[in-house]
Design a protein around this ligand. Structure first.
Ligand code: ZN
Length: 127
């Protein structure tokens, strides 16, 4: 990757980072709002739950974005974390914070979804 390309990605990532930081700050402020009114409290509880889910998702995005920026700093941006091959430019344009090539990401996503694996041994024991 050329220095110019890296700079371009860095700009995109920095913009996304500050956007996410802003969103998260507002979200955190919203989740600590309280009300004396009981009905309001129920409404707040629902909103709070939604806000916390969104917050978790955004925090995740922020973490990905930060580690991509860190990879730029350390000079390994655009290289797959798992197989160490170059990540295709097309993928990076679509997902600048991508840490893996498509093949490795698909594998990681599959491995990351463990609920089934966690339940299975229990079922086997029961049978
Ligand atoms: Zn890979």
């Amino acid at each position: 990757m050329t220095e110019l390309e890296t700079r371009k990605f860095k700009k995109i990532l920095l913009a996304r980072q500050s956007e996410l930081e802003g969103l998260i700050r507002n979200r955190e402020a919203a989740t600590i709002e309280t009300s004396a009114d009981a009905l309001d409290q129920i409404q707040h509880a629902v909103e709070r739950e939604l806000a916390l889910e969104t917050l978790a998702r955004e925090s995740n995005f922020l973490r990905e974005t930060r580690s991509a920026l860190h990879r730029i700093q350390t000079g390994i941006f655009g290289v797959c974390l798992d197989c160490e091959e170059d990540i295709r430019a097309k993928r990076l344009v679509a997902v600048p914070w991508a840490a893996r090539c498509i093949a490795c990401q698909e594998r990681a996503d599959r491995d990351g979804e463990t609920p089934d694996d966690m339940i299975e041994p229990l079922l086997v024991d029961a049978a």
